[in-house]
Design a protein around this ligand. Structure first.
Ligand code: GDP
Ligand code: ZN
Length: 313
């Protein structure tokens, strides 16, 4: 047999797929078939012994199928182009929650619960920090659009973010949302009660059973409750459901780099008197001046200051 000795993992007996979800020892890999394949990792795949923690939902992996067991072995992890991580627990290294996602869908309600800039702006930073494009989904539009709705829409679209107005109950805005999801890998985030599950059900009614089934399993298995999981969309793309908003911490962000993730601050930074300006109380700060003149929104500035103060010095 030709090349049998140096058979690379890309040879025909291997398949490339995407990790849809995982438990402590199993990885459900989408190989383009109806059902994901249940895979495991060989102990010696990675150099360090934290290998199990290194393959995340969204990772592209090379799988060696095991025909006898209708299972498979993960043989290779391909490089990531984006990463949402979460802080470690019990002294473990920080963990990748979702790999390779392209956009972070930040769902917020216009009312009930009240819209909170602080939450939205924090998630925008988390998305940008991980290499994802933030998209704002303003849900519960049926509860009545207010002056504030238009202000919020304008604020974020002027910053360059896509803003979608939806209602899961009426329903409205779902075609735009579906188009935004198509052919992309999107992570769904936002506080509980804003309507994330309702939107998913309204968009993909066929999923009701599948989503429900997974949720039931989640209730049973302790370690799966904190894991993200990914669903393949009918017309291409994936939707990732994350366990909780607190998990999406922008771990790469420091007090020094935070201003880079507030896009409207960027063009002004070089005009501050001090290169290390934190834009809070320094004299001749172009950002503070921008706020005073109305070029920078006061709510965004308040989000920045609150965020800055929450970061360790
Ligand atoms: P999740 O925690 O973000 O998944 O939120 P849910 O989907 O569970 O929704 C929370 C509550 O808001 C439920 O009572 C939903 O019926 C309600 N809800 C969700 N979407 C809408 C909407 O577009 N309009 C209104 N009026 N209520 C909604
Ligand atoms: Zn400044």
């Amino acid at each position: 047999m030709r090349d049998s000795e140096a058979s690379p993992p890309t040879s025909s007996k291997f398949s490339t797929g995407v990790v849809l979800r995982r438990t402590r020892s199993f990885y459900y890999v989408d190989l383009g078939q109806a059902e994901p394949r249940l895979c495991r990792i060989r102990g010696n795949l990675f150099q360090d012994n934290a290998s199990e923690a290194r393959v995340a939902v969204g990772d592209v992996v090379v799988v060696e199928p095991d025909a006898a067991e209708d299972a498979g072995w993960i043989r290779e992890l391909q490089p990531r182009h984006s990463r949402l991580a979460r802080r470690s627990r019990e002294g473990l290294p920080e963990q990748t929650l979702v790999a390779n996602a392209e956009q972070l869908l930040i769902v917020a309600a216009l009312k009930r619960p009240e819209f909170r800039h602080g939450v939205v702006d924090r998630l925008i930073v988390a998305g940008l920090d991980g290499g994802l494009t933030p998209v704002l989904v303003l849900n519960k539009a049926d509860l009545g659009e207010t002056q504030e709705t238009a202000t919020i829409q304008k604020l974020y679209s002027d910053l360059g973010y896509t803003v979608l107005l939806t209602s899961a109950t009426v329903p409205s805005g779902l075609n735009e949302l579906r188009a935004c999801l198509r052919q992309r890998t999107s992570v769904l985030a936002g506080h509980s009660g804003v309507g994330k599950s309702s939107l998913v059900k309204a968009l993909y009614p066929d999923w009701e059973i599948r989503v429900g089934a997974v949720n039931q399993k989640r209730g049973k298995g302790r370690h799966t409750t904190t894991m993200a999981q990914m669903f393949r969309l009918p017309k291409g793309g994936y939707l990732v459901d994350t366990p909780g908003i607190r998990e999406l911490e922008p771990l790469g962000v420091t007090r020094k780099t935070l201003d880079q993730h507030f896009v409207e601050f960027a063009p002004l930074q070089t005009q501050c008197r001090f290169a290390s300006c934190s834009h809070r109380h320094e004299p001749d700060c172009a950002v503070q001046q921008g706020v005073a003149e109305g070029a920078i929104s006061a709510v965004r500035y308040r989000s920045y200051v609150a965020f800055w103060e929450s970061l360790e010095s």
